[in-house]
Design a protein around this ligand. Structure first.
Ligand code: ZN
Length: 254
């Protein structure tokens, strides 16, 4: 086998892993920012619910004070009524008392409405507090996991980059140039398996004579359609990830 073929396969594997790690390293802070902003919005919602509950309690207190005022007025009217000199005066006081009593009933109805609302608000606040506590613990856990993961990713990335540099140094400059050019123009996949007479990346049928040369793995040959460096791999030796990589990068027939 041409030594470049083994090395470009190694480069390809390392580049896949490096890309994966780089993606994950940049994704994790975004993920953490997302869950933190969700947490923040839940905290704000809880604050709003708490404020509504406080406003409700304040309003009930105000209505209860109103009742006390009307009650005081009624008891004064009763005293005055007892001292009424004429039937007319008596009826006027009585009328005012009835008016006050009706007012109290109206206020009491309002208080009942507020009480019903308070019950719902109170339940909302309590369940939001419980949920928030759980969520905060969850976010902390995820943050810690993301930090550990990022540290591990960075270590693996540094290792992968060092191995890549070493592998790249071993490849002949001409092959490395082809590899880099195709990798940039073909979605990061510069190496393709040749099997069953086809380039498995772009699926083109290779000319028979050319395919026979590819099968020997003695030369660095590129697919005439997609330009990828071809290496022959008998079906029974094809590792699963090579097949998967082919499926991901499969291109339509030209
Ligand atoms: Zn091809």
């Amino acid at each position: 086998m041409h030594p470049d073929l083994g090395l470009v396969r190694e480069l390809q594997d390392l580049d896949h892993r490096i890309a994966e790690l780089t993606r994950e390293i940049s994704y994790l802070p975004k993920h953490i920012a997302e869950i933190e902003s969700k947490l923040e919005s839940h905290k704000k919602k809880l604050e709003v619910d708490r404020a509504s509950l406080t406003a409700n309690q304040k309003e009930r207190k105000r209505l209860e004070d109103d009742i006390k005022v009307v009650d005081g007025k009624i008891s004064r009217l009763r005293d005055q009524m007892n001292e009424a000199k004429t039937n007319e005066q008596y009826r006027a006081f009585q009328h005012e008392i009835e008016f006050g009593q009706a007012e109290i009933r109206k206020i009491e109805d309002k208080i009942l409405d507020y009480m019903a609302e308070a019950e719902t608000l109170d339940q909302n606040v309590k369940s939001a507090e419980t949920a928030l506590k759980q969520e905060m613990a969850e976010v902390e856990k995820e943050k810690k996991a993301a930090e550990q993961r990022t540290a591990a990713d960075r270590a693996e990335l540094a290792q992968g980059e060092a191995r890549r540099a070493a592998a790249a140094q071993g490849v002949t400059p001409k092959t490395l140039h082809i590899y880099e050019r195709i990798r940039k123009s073909r979605g990061g996949v510069a190496v393709s398996v040749a099997r069953d007479g086809r380039c498995m990346a772009c699926n083109v049928i290779l000319r028979l004579h050319f395919y026979q040369k590819v099968r020997s793995n003695d030369e660095v040959l590129t697919c005439e359609v997609c330009g990828r460096i071809l290496f022959y791999l008998p079906p029974e030796e094809a590792p699963k990830e090579v097949v998967d990589c082919r499926l991901q990068s499969a291109e339509p027939l030209p």
